[in-house]
Design a protein around this ligand. Sequence first.
Ligand SMILES: C[S@@+](CC[C@H](N)C(=O)[O-])C[C@H]1O[C@@H](n2cnc3c(N)ncnc32)[C@H](O)[C@@H]1O
Length: 192
Amino acid sequence: MGSLEPLEKYAKENNVPIIQKEGLNFIINYIKENKVKTILEIGTAIGYSTINMAQIDENIHITTIERNENMYSIARKNIKKFGLNKQITLVLNDALNVNVTGKYDLIFIDAAKAQYIKFFEKYKHNLSKNGAIITDNLNFHGLTKHPEEIQSKNLKALVKKINNYKEFLQTNKEFKTTFYQVGDGISVSKMD
Ligand SMILES: C[S@@+](CC[C@H](N)C(=O)[O-])C[C@H]1O[C@@H](n2cnc3c(N)ncnc32)[C@H](O)[C@@H]1O
């Protein structure tokens, strides 16, 4: 099994946003504690989180969706390098255009933040009975707490969307969500 350090280094040098260590450890623990075997990930980037999750247990199967061709081809190489082709199915497409039919114990949303509600609504149908939808970056580097301090219009709009998503989760009648102040802010939503 190779080291994941080169991927961390690549992400840092090329400004690829990958999950923070604390958030990753949280998800790894969740997978172990809940004996998760099937995972759907929205947003692969270079395959860092996918590879980490697949390495927990060889019986874990992951479908991961990435729309950026460059990211996709880097992820493909990395997954191959780690010998995880059998455990990971990598899909090149916009996650909003993919038709996924299976049920998953864990759905990890880690893609375009402005579309979180859409991803949630689309993929909740693919959740297995006791499964969970986990979302990352809910603090968006602390910006969601003080939106009034943000100067950039685009950033302000994005932060507003993330806060809308949080409200959507808090008021959701179908799902009960717990928010964790780990990494960049993580939520775990389970069917109520
Ligand atoms: C935060 S990165 C993913 C990081 C990865 N999960 C990790 O921790 O190693 C987000 C990725 O989602 C991809 N993405 C954004 N919107 C998407 C969409 N609608 N469908 C598929 N991929 C998307 C981006 O191209 C980017 O590579």
